[in-house]
Design a protein around this ligand. Structure first.
Ligand code: ADP
Length: 261
């Protein structure tokens, strides 16, 4: 650092330093608020499944264990509660990594149609429980090669399709379409004819822990982080995500990807 002899310059330097410090403190305060809110949300999310599991275990300890049928049922339910906890913790881990920018993308060339098909296979059972059909909107005879992190895009597709099933109507349809866009891009759309989202709620959808119907969607078993994760992953790819939705009509979530040469 050069020694400042001039008094005016010195005052200026001190001013600048003070301003920077103030800004730093403001930033820290905002971060602290954010951290507190996040922790509050996390403990809230974890409480319900934890108490559920504890409830079943206590009932077993209190004597239900002597009845083989009842104890089997309660152990299964306790296990379901634990599965839910694991699911939430995994999502928390993912969102934390994404938010601190700690997630390295592993970009590779792959066929997006094949990936959608494999996600369909994994979710077939879940969809059939609500008699929802998972389908492409047209025949795709040729592969569509894209450049992206395959594992992360699989997660994006999974989260969007799971939502379309959770918030879709019985005997409804989830449709995927993939179209060429200008400039080496494709757009992937996930459309459902489910409950839809009202206009006032659309801007908040990608917020962590935001849910339109607090009790309803928790019953459906999500973490409230699915769409926040989707948005982060797409933005980490420098791509765009869009949503169009109408209450009682349905929703369409779409995102862009880079086409491979
Ligand atoms: P959750 O775990 O609650 O599903 P998400 O982040 O995946 O969390 O979604 C946030 C909220 O957005 C949901 O609780 C639901 O209210 C709404 N939502 C998401 N996808 C759809 C959809 N396809 N149709 C209607 N509502 C949806």
């Amino acid at each position: 650092q050069p020694i400042t002899t001039d008094m005016a310059t010195l005052t200026e330097e001190i001013d600048k330093y003070a301003k920077n410090k103030k800004l730093e403190i403001e930033t820290l305060k905002v971060r602290e608020e954010y951290r507190k809110e996040f922790l509050g949300n996390v403990s809230h999310e974890l409480k319900t499944p934890l108490f559920t599991v504890q409830g079943y275990l206590l009932t077993l300890i209190d004597g239900a264990i002597d009845d083989k049928k009842v104890s089997e049922k309660y152990l299964h339910r306790a296990n379901k509660g634990l599965e839910r906890l694991i699911y939430i913790v995994k999502d928390l881990d993912m969102i934390t990594k994404l938010e601190v920018g700690d997630l390295r993308l592993n970009i590779e060339k792959f066929d997006i149609i094949e990936l959608v098909e494999s996600v369909f296979d994994l979710l077939e059972m879940k969809a059939s429980k609500k008699k929802i059909s998972l389908m492409f909107d047209m025949d795709y005879n040729e592969p569509i090669m894209v450049m992206a992190d395959k594992e992360r895009i699989q997660q994006v597709l999974t989260n969007l399709i799971v939502n379309s099933i959770k918030y879709g109507e019985e005997k409804g349809t989830t449709e995927i379409s993939i179209e060429n866009l200008i400039k080496n891009k494709v757009i992937v759309r996930v459309t459902d004819n489910g409950e839809g989202i009202s206009e006032v709620n659309i801007p908040r959808l990608f917020e962590r822990f935001f849910r339109v119907d607090k009790s309803g969607s928790r019953k459906e078993g999500g973490s409230g982080l699915g769409l926040a994760i989707v948005k982060h992953i797409i933005e980490a790819h420098d791509e765009k995500i869009y949503i169009e939705s109408e209450l009682n009509v349905g929703s369409e979530f779409s995102f862009t990807l880079e086409k491979a040469e």
